[in-house]
Design a protein. Sequence first.
Length: 144
Amino acid sequence: MITAVYPAAFEHLFRGRYGDLLTADVRLMLCDDWYTPAATDAYADIPGTAEAYGGGYTSGGAPIPGLTLAWDASIGREVLGCGTIVFPAAAFTVRYAIAYVAIGGDYMASPLICYADLGQAVTLNNADWPIAFPAGLLRLGPPA
């Protein structure tokens, strides 16, 4: 799954708002069609009515496991990789997967990183739902 970077992510990065992404509380929030990512979005203050709700999902999302950094020397790009996130017994509807850094449980202070659009709302019916980012969660540098 390919992510799109929120434009504000670059400012957050340059101003040090993320801290060390390998040790930060990076989370994956899920939203339905009530939310549409916008170029002006900067923090995870997404309306609660837009966040996924149901079995297997906790408000605020799930921690993203296995964060790594890898340099792709062939094109001169740094890649923030991660492990697969699994939502067990998922029973909710999702359209967007949104990565952000959780800052003390305060969405207004929690900077967004990137998001993935599933293309349409997907309703999950009580089955484990894995989501992976094989191309990396965030890529900085020229396109492949």
